[in-house]
Design a protein around this ligand. Structure first.
Ligand code: NCD
Length: 326
């Protein structure tokens, strides 16, 4: 309660177990149309500050807050009409939101922006005796902690355990913040016998610092540029988009077609493997016709993953704003 949520580094296994229990309880209560859920954050206000494109993260946070009875504010007509347009800096914009809201969800293109926001927010909180917290919705190519929480929750939901799983992450592992956060969070859960397989072309490999950290935490890491090396042993296949916005158009063109998940790829994969994707997807899952074929495969669970995002964010908002209430 009362903590900023900026990095997966903040989470231990007991924290994750507590959060996942809360998410399961919230999911059950939502399915029973339990009106009591709307008392949990009644009277609280969430500010949504998104300086980068978003569909799922923004909508699911807003839906979560409303389903818990809270209110949501954002700059009318979008951030492009905020005072940032007049040249205001992030620190001041965040402090404005901090005066009006109890929790701020921030997505910003700069790595470390959530830490900067939290620093200035803490100063403001001291000054006006407030307790506004910040939750990161992604900081550039850095981290995306709430996505990792919902991804890990989904793996537990589908597999019941992390122990002895072979988890294969494919695509833009260099710039994809979801895979940075997820691989660290898996290690922080301290599972037994997990294998992480990173499949990427040379130019898009997982940052060496993350690979080294995982190995220090006794996770078995395999790096390859050939999916066939690890597909047959994979229990989880986590596919990602090449982060087009982080490249020049020429660079993007040379790598965009390197890994494409097609129905025939799944034909060669284990029958009980699950396919995850943080979405949005583009041609890394082929054409719209391929999308339809992939979606029809029972192993494709990215829509469940997407829905879990709301349950996890509801649990997180409840914990951060109300403590052990759920
Ligand atoms: C991801 C993101 O924004 O990092 N999307 C999401 O939040 N579900 C993944 C992506 O943009 O590729």
């Amino acid at each position: 309660m009362g903590k900023h949520i900026i990095s997966v580094d903040q989470f231990t296994r007991p924290d994750l177990e507590e959060l996942f229990d809360a998410a399961r309880s919230i999911r059950r209560r939502m399915r029973q149309h339990d009106r009591g859920l709307t008392e949990i954050c009644a009277g609280f206000v969430m500010a949504s500050l998104f300086f980068e494109a978003s569909t799922r993260t923004d909508m699911s946070f807003q839906a979560s807050m409303r389903r818990l009875g809270g209110d949501v504010i954002s700059v009318s007509n979008g951030i492009q009409f905020s005072s940032m347009y007049k040249g205001e800096n992030l620190a001041d914009t965040v402090r404005a939101a901090g005066c009006y809201a109890d929790v701020i969800v921030l997505r910003h293109p700069q790595v470390g922006s959530s830490y900067e926001a939290a620093y200035y927010l803490d100063k403001l909180n001291q000054r006006i005796r407030n307790r506004t917290v910040i939750i990161s919705g992604g900081d550039g190519v850095g981290e995306h902690p709430t996505q990792a929480l919902l991804d890990l929750f989904t793996i537990f939901d589908q597999k019941g355990t992390l122990d002895h799983l072979s988890i294969t992450l494919v695509g833009d592992l260099l710039n994809g913040r979801t895979v940075h956060s997820l691989s660290k969070l898996i290690a922080y859960y301290t599972p037994r016998g997990v294998r992480l397989n990173f499949v990427a072309p040379d130019a898009l490999r997982m940052p060496p610092a993350i690979v080294a950290m995982l190995r220090d935490l006794k996770i078995t890491v395999t790096e390859t540029d050939t999916l066939a090396d690890v597909l047959g042993e994979s229990d989880v296949l986590y596919w990602t988009r090449v982060q087009e916005e982080r490249f020049t158009p020429e660079e993007y063109d040379t790598i965009k077609d390197r890994f494409i998940l097609l129905p025939q790829t799944l034909a060669e994969a284990p029958k009980n493997m699950i396919v995850m994707h943080p979405l949005p997807r583009k041609h890394e899952m082929g054409t719209p016709e391929d999308h339809d074929l992939l979606d029809a495969d029972p192993r494709a669970i990215y829509f469940e993953q997407m829905e879990n995002g709301m349950f996890i964010r509801m649990a997180l908002l409840a914990k951060v704003l109300r403590g052990a209430y759920v």
